[in-house]
Design a protein around this ligand. Sequence first.
Ligand code: 5GP
Length: 191
Amino acid sequence: MELLKQRILKDGTEIGTEVVKVDSFLNHQLDIGLFMALGKEIHRRFGHLGINKILTIEASGIGIAAITAIYFDLVPVVFAKKAQPNTMTEEFYGAPVKSFTKGTVSIARVSKNYLNANDKVLIIDDFLAHGEAAAGLANLVEQAGGTVCGIAAIIEKEFQGGSKKLRDAGYLVDSLAVITKVEDGKIYFKD
Ligand code: 5GP
């Protein structure tokens, strides 16, 4: 998606060769006008699949998942929690997820009240790197007997292998901007 690529080139910075920082519009300050364009584009790519729920993981996926739901007829948005708050007294589905940024493993949790066998789910996340978060979310949907209709990432770093791993496992994966490498202070895109 050209608009997003241009925005990453304009406002994104790289940290070494592995991490891209886009705090000014996606990960700290949120550009809602841009999110609306991204949500519309996600709907263009996944809107024909009969999706009735969007699933993401706290915290950075929540904003874009919420705006995207507007374009999917206001389907419910569920976000997995990374820690068990003492308000989560009901039973939950849990899946281990290794954090890309922290290197620690946490359990992604969703209450059994909010995922079920009738769900046709679109998984959305801000970044797709090694695919750990998306695979964990897919695991939660499948524990509930639901269907993963697709996985949408805003920014994919293809060189970290997550999309290949997820496609090899049979999932439909599509990302709005695909980074092929980060080298000498420059970000390179597919296409
Ligand atoms: P994965 O689980 O695919 O390895 O990594 C995806 C998760 O790690 C996303 O939820 C995102 O929050 C975080 N992440 C991965 N790579 C980056 C990056 O380059 N920049 C930022 N800001 N977050 C990232």
